[in-house]
Design a protein around this ligand. Structure first.
Ligand code: WQD
Length: 340
């Protein structure tokens, strides 16, 4: 297939690009580089053996996207471009609605104008809010508690309405749990600008000495060791889930949603111990107050994706930690790091 990959220079996007190209698909990336690095295009090529086509631009720019679709005879879109910081979305909701929702609206208008029949959308388990039961399945109530999650829910709703009006369109919403880790080469990985919001990149930076100590947000949750439990999924498993969704859409239309997780939760302290073992470095930490908006425990019911997409996560926590550390080590030892 000829795939337009929005946000393809980002953490998830670069891994999806490698998996798609390795499976023989043609990939065209549109990315505004607001939270990613141009240098990633070359590193995708180093891994996949060929250079993806790259356009720097806004996915909400209808004229640009229509031109890219026509020029490259795009038949499928994987839409990953979007802001993703829960904390920032609480402070700046309009920024999230403008970029995530209005940007997606422009992309959808371009797709409709050019009759593109398939879309895989990067959604999030954040739309479920605080789990009412576990594991969380796709029918779980959607009680978003921040603008980031609400922007994802709005987009899923838009896609349901568009799908109802255009039965030939195929849509898959992939609800990510907690992506971590990196490609085994160490060439691509999670490289957030500024202070990391998420646990794994912060742990990596403490282990490398870039930061002094990890603040563990809360030690009094109703979990086995009192710290937050999450469903961490290897980014390569997640990327392969996108390929499975694309294959699913080659013979299915209509609107569909699937959780992408492992079905198992690990606590913050379990993640720290696993990372120390895999990296051979200690991760100094201190228990601090809970973070506003955090839930105690969340992990996925993964049956629907196993049945519908014939996909399941296979990589263990140890690989998530060792691959993340390998990427950081390449950065620290002067490996090809993202240009600022
Ligand atoms: C994980 C655990 C924290 C940082 C986020 C967002 C969203 C989604 C997944 C895409 C929690 C604890 C964290 C730290 C800590 N991505 N923690 N110290 O909040 O589950 O979900 O990522 O949709 O971006 O929903 O992920 O990595 O921030 O937190 O103790 O410095 O680690 O309390 O228990 P989260 P996270």
């Amino acid at each position: 297939m000829k795939v337009l990959l929005t946000g393809g220079c980002g953490y998830i996007g670069s891994h999806v690009a490698v998996v798609l190209m390795s499976a023989g698909h043609e990939v065209v990336i549109v990315d505004d580089l607001s939270n990613s690095h141009r240098d990633v295009v070359g590193r995708i090529a180093d891994i996949a053996g060929q250079l993806p086509v790259f356009y720097q631009g806004d996915v909400g720019d209808v004229a640009l996207v229509r031109d890219v679709i026509r020029r490259h005879q795009i038949d499928s879109v994987i839409h990953l471009a979007g802001f993703k910081s829960v904390g920032e979305s609480v402070q700046l909701p309009l920024k999230y609605y403008q970029n995530n929702v209005c940007g997606t609206l422009g992309l959808l208008q371009a797709m409709e104008a050019e009759s593109v029949p398939r879309l895989v959308f990067s959604s999030s388990a954040t739309i479920y809010g605080d789990p009412q039961y576990l594991p969380v399945d796709e029918a779980h109530p959607q009680r978003v508690i921040n603008a980031y999650g609400r922007s994802k829910l709005h987009i899923e709703g838009m896609l349901q309405d568009i799908s109802a009006s255009r039965p030939s369109l195929g849509v898959v919403c992939l609800r990510y749990f907690n992506p971590v880790g990196a490609h085994g080469s160490g060439l691509i990985g999670e490289y957030p600008r500024g202070t990391p919001n998420n646990l794994m990149p912060y742990v990596v930076q403490v282990a490398s000495g870039e930061r002094e100590v990890l603040n563990v947000f809360g030690g009094d949750y109703p979990t086995p060791d009192g710290t937050g439990v999450r469903d961490y999924i290897h980014v390569m498993d997640l990327a392969e889930g996108h390929l499975a969704a694309l294959n699913f859409l080659s013979s299915n239309s209509g609107w569909h949603a699937f959780n992408l997780g492992t079905g198992r939760g690990f606590s913050v302290l379990e993640m720290i111990r696993a990372f120390e073992k895999e990296s051979g470095h200690t991760v100094p930490y201190r228990i601090t107050a809970r973070r506003e908006g955090d839930v105690a425990c969340s992990y996925a019911d993964v049956q629907a994706a196993a049945r519908g997409l014939n996909w399941k996560a296979t990589r263990a926590l140890e690989d998530m930690c060792s691959s993340a550390w390998r990427f950081q080590s390449r950065l620290s030892t002067g490996g090809r790091s993202p240009a600022d």
